[in-house]
Design a protein around this ligand. Sequence first.
Ligand code: GLY
Length: 359
Amino acid sequence: MNRKNSKIDRRSFVRHGVGAGVGAWALDRIPKKKMVSQNKSAGSPIIITSHTNDTAADAMQQAWSILTDGGSALDAVERGANVIEVDPNDSGVGYGGLPNEEGVIQLDSSIMDGKTYNAGAVAAIENIKTPCSVARLVMERTDHVILVGQGALDFARSYGFEEVDLHTERSRNAFLRWREEHSDRDDYGSPDHLVTPNQDEDDYDSIPFHYGTTNVLAVDSNGDISGITTTSGLSWKINGRIGDSPIIGAGLYVDNDIGAAGATGRGEDVIKCCGSFYIVMRMGQGRSPQEACEDAIEFIVHKYRNVNPNFFPSEKFVAINKDGEMGCASMGSNRVPSMTVANSDGLRIEEGVRTQYTG
Ligand code: GLY
């Protein structure tokens, strides 16, 4: 590939629509068939993340350097995910992620190498800033796929990973506030809360749940494909709850002959529908990444909205295929879903399709 063209200029980090030339403002009004991603760089390396903040831009820049130096998709996705994991200001991934209902930050992460169809994952791991790197060791140094909890931590320590307190002042304060305010029927509360114990429970609606997660998916110059999904999971979750992120086929799936997909948002329905596997199989049947992501959203909505009393539309999927095309779709959010992309066209944010959920 042309190295000159592959250099990323941070000034070119601008928003684009996934459909070439399509502005974000028009996305919800354009027929779906026009949403098909047309990547001018088809066949050349690409890396994407479902994150769209400045850290994501740094992550994709660093990962893109690996790809343009001839490095593997596996190394690129690990670098990209590590940059996001160690960001103390990210409340949904790695260090500084939001904790469970006991105030403990438990991280879930998976990695998959399309070339070998090998995969590794850790779930509910504590005290390790870069769980995706532990997942990679599970993949490369064991014949298991998932290690959980204390076992995952012991495994990480045996490879020299440093144990740290994953709380930042911000994550700890968020937890303490949640513990004080989420109910007036327990023994925690701010001074105001404790002197007015019978106030309306609606007063506590302002403490939201968070589902922050990141997917990093890449194709390298050999055409090999890899992916990572990494998260601190659902905030205030029950101790030991594991989401979709460490489940191969749910939060992540990669097939070197087809492409890769990853999920963010509430993991329970993604686990039940094997969301990322479904998207990759749809791409294998000829659907574009964009169409396949929308197929998965529709699948979840139609299967679960009427039968699951806890149905809460929050899922977002991203996908790439072997030709360097990309897709991104979500349901029910106020925001148009987007992702950060790096390829020979530069570094930018691409916007996908928000599927209207009217349940
Ligand atoms: N998708 C992240 C989670 O549900 O934990």
